[in-house]
Ligand binder design. Structure first.
Ligand code: SF4
Length: 346
């Protein structure tokens, strides 16, 4: 691990200090910062910065990474997946989805994931490391630059468990919402967790008013523990009160992600248990017709079961919609991303 800072983790103050220590005029710090905030991570592309200063920058900081090793574009819906190689050779995936309201980007929070959810391709590929705040931010600005288009919303639902990288996630949200960063409204950011309960409480106490999504996928401890190891550490009895507290403190509706797997969690018994669990909470259930990936034993629920499950929830007072599938032909959908070149997640 390098002790040098990655360029997109540099603040304006870091650059002012650098200029000061090298006898460089202060306005250069603003020039460099402006390039970085536009997703430029190669000093060669910083056209108004003299060569000797670029050389000094490279000696001091890391100006590498975010090489596009693959770019896939879905023929079905225009979803685009970028596979990026980071400066230390870790590989991550970033997915851009076109909606009527603008482009939404799904970013990874870690290279790999430790959580081990059985239905998830990201868990399959092991764990590399957590991403820095600049690497989270970089997935937005670099991707926006690669596409030549503005990003309107961000979901932290790619590879990794964001609350397992809490401090960097907080620094990222700060950067994404600040005028010096992306100036994004908190309502345009969604963070998804598999249920790290202490972090849900901490997140609520920070009062950031960011959307929170919970990867639930099962309404009982027995079933959830069998497919999501995190449930053995923080069970449903702890998770649900933490979610209720989040909605009470922030006034924000919480989303529960529920992937439907054939013969596992898609029958009326599970729908009933889910209604009982969520009754009275300010929430919404996002049903996902589960995505398959090579080597997985989990099969997607038949369409008729999905519709029946959705109707049961809606007719029993739980607001539920079926998530529009995006990028299934390029392995860019939920649960299909990997920390590898082939091909995420919550
Ligand atoms: S579903 Fe999310 S938390 Fe679970 S293994 Fe996949 S990336 Fe990690």
């Amino acid at each position: 691990m390098s002790d040098k800072k990655f360029c997109l983790d540099l603040t304006r103050e870091d650059l002012l200090l650098f200029c000061d220590s090298q006898g460089i005029a202060k306005y250069r710090a603003d020039q460099i910062f402006s390039w970085l905030s536009r997703g430029v991570v190669r000093t060669d592309d910083m056209k108004n910065v003299p060569k000797d200063i670029r050389g000094l920058l490279e000696e001091e900081f890391i100006f590498e990474g975010f090489d596009v090793i693959h770019k896939f574009v879905s023929e079905i819906d225009g979803t685009t997946k970028f596979v990026y190689r980071l400066w230390d050779n870790n590989v991550i995936e970033t997915v851009v989805m076109p909606y009527k309201t603008g482009l939404s980007v799904c970013i990874s929070s870690q290279a790999g994931c430790k959580m081990g959810c059985r239905f998830c391709a990201s868990a399959d590929a092991g764990f590399g490391r957590s991403l820095s705040a600049g690497e989270l931010f970089g997935q937005i600005v670099v991707t926006s630059r690669n596409l030549g288009e503005k990003i309107s919303s961000v979901v932290v639902m790619g590879i990794g468990e964001p609350f397992d990288n809490f401090d960097n996630l907080m620094a990222f949200i700060d950067l994404a919402t600040s005028p010096e960063g992306l100036n994004l409204g908190a309502r345009h950011i969604t963070v998804s967790t598999c249920g790290l309960v202490p972090m849900i409480h901490e997140f609520a106490d920070r009062k950031l008013y960011v959307n929170l999504a919970i990867s639930l996928h099962a309404p009982t401890d027995e079933l959830r523990s069998s497919i999501m190891p995190i449930n053995r550490r923080y069970n449903i009895e702890e998770l649900i009160p933490a979610c209720r507290r989040y909605t009470e403190i922030t006034g924000r509706r919480i989303t529960f992600e529920y992937s439907l797997f054939a013969g596992i969690n898609d029958d009326e018994e599970n729908a009933k248990a889910l209604v009982k669990l969520l009754r009275g909470m300010l929430c919404h259930v996002n049903l996902i017709a589960a995505n398959e990936f090579p080597g997985s034993d989990f099969r997607r629920s038949p369409k008729a079961n999905v519709e029946k499950f959705k109707d049961y929830l809606n007719s029993h007072g739980i607001n539920a919609t079926l998530r529009r599938e995006m990028g299934t032909d390029i392995m860019a959908a939920c649960g299909q991303l990997r920390r590898s070149v082939e091909g995420r997640s919550c």
